[in-house]
Ligand binder design. Structure first.
Ligand code: ZN
Ligand code: ZN
Length: 394
């Protein structure tokens, strides 16, 4: 039997001058894919159906979100190399933000059964390296990433080790609809990235304090939702896209600010936020814009005394930060990448099952599995919320 899947392929050809490290050579897994893979080609293909080992689960994929990495991997620079700079092993079935229905289990699987619906964790840490031993699973030195280095969720069926499945039956009970629950489950990954930054690596939100979220892409929107659910006094969402700011309101932002409009009028975001908070500023600031040149010079002005600045948005640029302000105001910076371990995904799923956050509000496009490429192109347009792919959509 064969199943349909969206497969990315390319040519392994390290750039002149780039020396692949030992692991890259050994496993044909690029750590810097933009230095190694060229001539990328993607499309719907027929692949062998998954065959579970003793501790594996076969799931019929319910929904899979399109992420920035899905967009950038297929984009090529003028020399034909991928624009995506992260882990990649080709060919691979892409898609890492997914959920599904359990249709078959290996003989030693005990925690899920056929018929359950599950969300799937994206990061597969090795468990042996110094990062894993420290509990920093996202920083694992031998990390495997679903949809990038092992097969992912833009597929009819896929194989997942039992340990990375998280039951979402309770979300179906709350929403009364299986497809809706599968969509919510697929959104656990971006929500987990925000949760990891704000709660696990950061210090959490102190109820009654002000929170600013800079950049309201899918992770920023999750940050807004989590801040609201955590009891923030006021949640400010800042972006340049009106469409995203409208979604931020749905997610619980009290005040949304279009920074492009503000600047056109000659005002600075820091002045606006200081005025709105009567000079106090924001106790938690989440940078999900990945625009360090413009955000951090403002953040240091409007962060409150004892504030925590959570660094999630990634950029090749170096942030111009006045660190003196961190000393004077007693503030801290918390860097955070991805989501793994630390009970993050199960916790985010409990927030969903209790109705405290509803990330389905961030969905702005739904495409069938056959139209995965169209969905990725839609997400590329910018200013979108989350674009979702599902074989259940017609
Ligand atoms: Zn993602
Ligand atoms: Zn490890």
């Amino acid at each position: 039997m064969v199943v349909k899947a969206y497969v990315m392929d390319g040519v392994w050809d390290p750039k002149p001058g780039y020396v692949p490290n030992a692991r890259e050579v050994r496993e044909k897994r690029a750590v810097r894919s933009d230095m190694v893979y060229r001539n990328l080609k993607a499309g719907i293909r027929e692949v062998p159906e998954p065959n579970p080992g003793n501790l594996d689960v076969v799931i019929k994929v319910g929904a899979c979100g399109v992420c920035g990495s899905d967009i950038h991997t297929g984009e090529m620079a003028s020399d034909g190399y991928t624009r995506y700079a992260g882990h990649l092993r080709l060919p691979v079935i892409m898609g890492h933000e997914f959920s599904g229905e359990v249709v078959e289990i290996g003989k030693d699987v005990t925690s899920v059964k056929v018929g359950d619906i599950v969300a799937v964790e994206q990061i597969r840490p090795c468990g042996f390296c110094d990062a894993c031993k420290t509990g920093y699973f996202n920083s694992c030195r031998n990390i495997e990433e679903v949809g990038l280095s092992v097969d992912g969720g833009f597929s009819e069926y896929t194989l997942v080790p039992e340990t990375f499945c998280c039951n979402i039956n309770e979300i179906e009970n709350l929403l009364g609809n299986r497809i809706a629950a599968l969509e919510a489950g697929a959104l656990a990954e971006p929500a987990g990235v925000a949760y990891n930054g704000i709660v696990v690596k950061g210090k959490g939100i102190i109820p009654g304090t002000n929170v600013a979220v800079m950049g309201t892409g899918p992770i920023g929107l999750a940050a807004v939702s989590i801040a609201k659910a955590s009891g923030a006094a006021q949640v400010f969402a800042i972006d340049i896209s009106e469409k995203r700011l409208e979604i931020a309101k749905l997610c619980g932002a009290d005040i949304v600010i279009n920074s492009a409009e503000t600047e056109k009028k000659g005002h600075k975001i820091s002045d606006v936020l200081l005025e709105l908070t009567h000079g106090l500023g924001c106790r938690t600031v989440v940078e999900t814009a990945g625009a360090p040149d413009s955000t951090y010079p403002e953040i240091v002005k409007f962060m409150s005394i004892n504030a925590n600045v959570v660094v999630i948005g990634r950029s090749p640029n170096v942030a111009p930060i006045d660190l003196e302000q961190f000393i004077v105001k007693g503030c801290s910076l918390s860097g955070s990448i991805g989501t793994a371990g630390n009970d993050i995904i199960p916790t985010v799923l409990r927030l969903m099952a209790s109705g405290r956050i509803d990330m389905r509000k961030t969905i702005t496009g739904r495409f069938s599995l056959d139209d995965t490429q169209k969905g990725i192109n839609e997400a590329r347009k910018g200013g979108q919320g989350k674009v979702m792919i599902s074989q259940h959509y017609k």
